[in-house]
Ligand binder design. Structure first.
Ligand SMILES: Cc1cc2nc3c(=O)[nH]c(=O)nc-3n(C[C@H](O)[C@H](O)[C@H](O)COP(=O)(O)O)c2cc1C
Length: 373
């Protein structure tokens, strides 16, 4: 019987399904619900020291539907990090660990480019008993205007320095959450790992404009008639996320063996999770999927992943983690492999018996088989 239980960076989880930072981990009520429904771990909504600077607008989401209008395939948000005071978060982190001492609670943190602020945030969160940190270097909207979020995540030098500050102050695992809004995700990822991050999380949302209203001619989501580009998530981003997770996994494999990888982007099923684990993910995060299907959705996802494992006779997640990474190569190599296969087929075809005089006693069975292809 396969098991989904896993231990990543010393963090023991009943399954690899992790609530991704966002609305599904935005206060103690919903975090408790996630644990009760069986999620493997929760990454809380991103916190900072001074929530008074965080002012959200409404509407702040925009959806892209399938052509029959029945399914949401893409989701844009212009939501900021948590607007709840850090003092309240400290109380809720503590209460959460009292209520669920054996479950994994990860604090997602973000600050301005100032060492003392990052260190204070780390020390105060750590004192509340959280099990790990995720550093939000990747929010693509609002926060970059204050040189935070993806503005930091796009600058490898700053990233390395900030990871170093956090590692210096923390006694628990630290995952650096990467932005997809960059040409080569390996560059900031390498910097974060060089700075000491225990692992990577990838990806955050992709900078986007969800659409333009053809009646009002205003782009959406429209706030007082205006908008600002937001972050794109949900099923539509999965192919981009798979590519970037693969690139992070190759980097870890080649240059930082042993570091962990939390895969994110459009996960809605156990099959999606299997794909991300085959490309090197240790855990799989879900954010928009929870907003679409609810916390209960973890159960069918676990069942689908277990069924996939049983079908392939995998006992543990480690049995197939990164198994598909070996099948990426260059385009030139694809051309070479195809030419070799065609040449081999041609050689085999030319060896086939063409007239009865060519039958040989020693190759008789092979010659018979070749004629059957
Ligand atoms: C409404 C919304 C709010 C989010 N807020 C945060 C956040 O506070 N911190 C963070 O690191 N990521 C945040 N994210 C990004 C998600 O954690 C995740 O990286 C991204 O949405 C892709 O995964 P998904 O397709 O499963 O949603 C948010 C996403 C959404 C949709």
């Amino acid at each position: 019987m396969p098991t989904l239980a896993t231990t990543v960076d010393g963090l023991k989880m009943p399954n690899p399904f992790v609530i991704g930072s966002g609305p599904p981990g935005t206060n103690l009520n919903v975090i408790a619900k996630a644990f009760q429904e069986g999620w493997g771990a929760v990454i809380a909504k991103t916190v900072s020291l001074d929530a008074s600077k965080v002012i959200n607008v409404t509407p702040r989401y925009g959806k892209l539907h399938s052509s029959d209008g029945k399914e949401v395939i893409g989701w844009e948000n212009i939501e900021l990090i948590s607007d709840r005071p850090f003092k309240i978060w400290e109380e809720e982190f503590k209460k959460c660990k009292d209520m669920f001492p054996d479950r994994i609670l990860i604090a997602s943190i973000m600050e301005e480019y100032a060492k003392e602020r990052w260190v204070e945030l780390v020390e105060r969160s750590q004192a509340c008993g959280v099990d790990g940190f995720e550093l939000n270097f990747s929010c693509p909207h609002g926060l970059p205007e204050r040189k935070m979020g993806s503005a930091m995540g796009q600058d490898p030098d700053i990233l390395e320095e900030v990871c170093g500050w956090v590692k210096g102050a923390s006694k628990i695992p630290v995952w650096a959450k990467m932005t997809p809004n960059i040409t080569h995700i390996e560059d900031p990822s390498r910097a974060a790992l060089r700075g000491g991050a225990t692992g990577l999380s990838a990806i955050n949302t992709i900078r986007s404009v969800i659409g333009v209203n053809l009646e009002t001619l205003r782009p959406e989501p429209s706030v007082e008639g205006y908008t600002t580009p937001g972050g794109y998530s949900s099923r539509a981003v999965k192919p981009i996320a798979l590519r970037m997770v693969m690139e992070c996994a190759q980097l870890i494999r080649m240059e930082f063996p042993g570091r962990s990888l939390s895969a994110i982007g459009g996960v809605e099923s156990g099959h999606d999770a299997a794909e991300f684990i085959l490309l090197g993910g240790d855990t799989v995060q879900v954010c928009t999927g929870v907003m679409k299907f609810g916390y209960e959705h973890v159960k069918p996802m676990c069942e689908q992943l277990l069924a996939f494992m049983a079908k392939h006779k995998f006992e543990t997640l480690a049995d197939f983690k990164g198994k598909s990474l070996d099948y990426f190569t260059t385009h030139a190599d694809l051309v070479k492999r195809q030419a070799e296969r065609k040449a081999a087929q041609k050689a085999a075809a030319t060896k086939m018996v063409k007239s009865d005089g060519e039958w040989s006693g020693s190759d008789f069975v092979k010659q018979s088989n070749d004629l059957a292809r």
